[in-house]
Design a protein around this ligand. Structure first.
Ligand code: GTP
Ligand code: MN
Ligand code: MN
Ligand code: MN
Ligand code: MN
Ligand code: MN
Length: 222
């Protein structure tokens, strides 16, 4: 049996539980490290027509952006923020400039939730805890396409921390391809859960479809 947690936040993952904090609680933890990541995506009105032929044309036009990281894991753009020098949103904007080559203004209202990162090993309990702050930002399709270009031309981190931006396939093929195959890859931290949670929350994928894709992805992994 697989669950998405309580559906209200993206902290819990399929494999490990981690706790949600309020923004204020998170900011009060000065001994914690903080990192901010964002899902940039564009939407299209045509999605409102729910017919299957239209959806097959429309789905590829939803372009949620993730990245292949230097460590071979999929994650969202963003990174560590130094709260003694910058706000969460300013730090996220700096990271996006480094990783995407485009300056964005991410606002407090784009904040989704803050979570303690899942502990990767018992040894990591000695280092400061990491709080990951997650944001979503809807953009115009042209802006997303501009990001995809800038990420390989002007971004200083291209080829270093970031090996490439990828679109998330939201469709499902009969053979279990598309979203299920994408979900079967390895993700950093709770990025997979952040993705699942966001697809549900923003109604980018229907709950039953997501459940099915997730179940298939676990079969692919096994
Ligand atoms: P450096 O400049 O090399 O330090 O990298 P960075 O500042 O870009 O940091 P990074 O994006 O690697 O994020 C910092 C930490 O947050 C990582 O070590 C992961 O533990 C975690 N992390 C990275 N990406 C994600 C993500 O998409 N979601 C979540 N929840 N955590 C992430
Ligand atoms: Mn970075
Ligand atoms: Mn990063
Ligand atoms: Mn950084
Ligand atoms: Mn860096
Ligand atoms: Mn670096």
């Amino acid at each position: 049996k697989h669950t998405y947690g309580d559906g209200n936040h993206s902290c819990s993952s399929l494999y490990m539980a981690s706790g949600q904090l309020s923004r204020a609680e998170a900011l009060a933890c000065s001994g914690c490290r903080h990192a901010c990541h964002v899902m940039l995506y564009c939407d299209t009105n045509t999605l409102l027509f729910g017919s299957i032929p239209i959806r097959h044309i429309v789905l590829p036009l939803l372009l949620p952006q993730m990245q292949m990281r230097f460590d071979g894991l999929l994650g969202f753009p963003g990174g560590f923020v130094n709260l003694s020098e910058e706000s969460l949103e300013a730090g996220l904007g700096r990271e996006l400039l480094e990783e995407l080559g485009v300056a964005f203004q991410i606002l407090e209202e784009d904040h989704v939730d803050s979570c303690f990162a899942p502990a990767s090993s018992p040894a990591s309990s000695t280092s400061p805890r990491l709080i990951t702050h997650f944001y979503t930002k809807k953009m115009e399709e042209g802006q997303i396409r501009a990001v995809e270009t800038a990420a390989v031309t002007t971004a200083t981190d291209h080829g270093q921390e970031v090996l490439g931006m990828v679109r998330v396939p939201l469709h499902s093929t009969k053979g279990g391809g598309g979203l299920a195959s994408f979900l079967s890859h390895s993700f950093v931290g709770n990025a997979r859960f952040q993705l699942l949670h966001t697809l549900l929350r923003l109604h980018l994928v229907a709950p039953e479809e997501l459940r099915e894709a997730l179940a298939r992805s676990l079969k692919i992994q096994a």
